[in-house]
Design a protein around this ligand. Structure first.
Ligand code: MLT
Length: 404
């Protein structure tokens, strides 16, 4: 008789955003006349920029002609996109990353879940609390997290680094030494950032203790303040301790198109084995490359027109962030985030639990958000709203919340 990977059975409940979708579907079925505004999952709503659409159309036409047709993409990505990323995301910022250290994929969610495969199951992970649930859940599936304590909602073998208002939502160096450290800045869910000096401390720490940092930079495009680093490779020494994840979902609206990348510098080694070689082996074996059409669309993100158009798109979402932050403050809420990130993180009122506030907002204002506790125990008592809605819906949602 076959046996299953029973680590899956250790996972409590369903994936956070599936649970929310189920709850919202239940409510809309029971109340079909209500108009629901969804500011829960961080999914974009603006259409793809014209420069991207043009590039997609051209690539589709190429696929219809034998002379320009493309079959399997190169395992690690097309040179045109790897070069564009190395140049624009790194070298233009003075960071030493070359095109062959960029691995193109179909999105940062898969990469952030899959990257743990190249590490031993004995490794101990450290995560911010609250945290994007994919980092923890995929380590649970791999059997790396020990046992779950339902009371504290924590895993015995995970190091949690609380990020709350008390420490300005910035993790402190852990007391126990981790092997793998997950950091995401600008942060999902709190919308907080680290300054370059703060991030440098993490890089120095990781190099000192021999840990690797998995740095999720999915929200980089939303940075508006000068001392916030756009990539971990702005820090000295990051080439020997950090992997960076990049996404096209939030900067260019590719949530339904799917494109991302993982950066692994060749200096990042365990003994004399490079993590680059392991990820290349894994990618080559398990993955057949992001579609040509999509990689061409990704290239357009870096074109002059693309950049201009996307700057406007980000400004549009960040204006929503402002509407939410200001509106909530006017209504008496404690609010953070929303300055360098499309997420607004608020304290629930009157000591209400995160899920109680979720139900309250859904039922009384017909607005969907994300309960902070869904991201980890230190998220209890907090709630996340996204700036990714339309302007009209965002305004309406805030009016409804203010009227409560
Ligand atoms: C979120 O809402 O946290 C995001 O949609 C996560 C993701 O990009 O997968």
């Amino acid at each position: 008789m076959f046996k299953i990977n029973d680590n899956y059975l250790k996972l409590p409940g369903s994936y956070l955003f599936s649970t929310i979708a189920k709850k919202v579907n239940g409510y809309t079925t029971a109340n079909p006349q209500k108009s629901i505004i969804r500011l829960g999952i961080g999914d974009v709503t603006q259409p793809l920029a014209p420069a991207i659409i043009e590039s997609l159309h051209n690539a589709v036409d190429e696929m219809g002609d034998a002379a320009t047709f493309h079959g399997y993409a190169p395992d690690l990505g097309y040179e045109f996109l790897r070069n564009a990323m190395a140049e624009n995301d790194y070298r233009s910022r003075g960071c030493d990353i070359s095109a062959d250290e960029v691995f193109i994929s179909d999105g940062a969610k898969c990469d952030s879940g899959n990257i743990q495969e190249i590490f031993s199951t004995d490794n101990k992970i450290a995560v911010c609390d609250p945290v994007y649930p994919v980092y923890v859940d995929t380590n649970v599936m791999a059997g790396r997290t020990g046992t779950y304590d339902a009371e504290s909602e924590t895993w015995s073998d995970v190091i949690y680094m609380p990020c709350t208002a008390e420490n300005d939502f910035a993790p402190e160096l852990p007391k126990e030494t981790p092997d793998i450290i997950y950091l995401c800045f600008p942060n999902n869910p709190t919308g907080s950032t680290l300054t370059k000096a703060q991030l440098q401390e993490w890089v120095d720490y990781a190099n000192r203790v021999g840990a690797v940092i998995i740095y999720d930079a999915a929200y980089e495009a939303y940075i508006s303040e000068a001392d916030v680093p756009h990539t971990i490779y702005e820090c000295e020494g990051a080439r020997t301790c950090a992997i960076e994840l990049r996404s096209f979902s939030k900067n260019a609206g590719f949530t339904g198109v799917r494109l991302g990348a993982t950066i692994i510098p060749k200096d990042l080694k365990c003994g004399n084995v490079t993590l680059h070689s392991l990820w290349a082996r894994r990618h080559g074996t398990k993955y057949n490359g992001a579609p040509y059409i999509v990689q061409r669309a990704g290239e357009a993100v870096y074109s002059e027109k693309g950049r201009e158009q996307l700057k406007k798109q980000i400004a549009y979402y960040m204006n929503n962030a402002k509407v939410i932050s200001h509106g909530l403050r006017d209504a008496g809420y404690h609010v953070s985030g929303g300055v360098n990130a499309p997420y607004i993180w608020l304290k629930t009122p009157d000591g209400m639990s995160s899920w109680d506030f979720f139900d309250f907002l859904l039922e009384k204002a017909n607005v969907v958000g994300t309960p902070g506790s869904g991201f980890g125990p230190s998220g209890e008592g907090y709630f996340r709203l996204t700036a990714f809605g339309s302007y009209e819906n965002t305004m309406e949602a805030i009016q409804r919340i203010k009227a409560l």
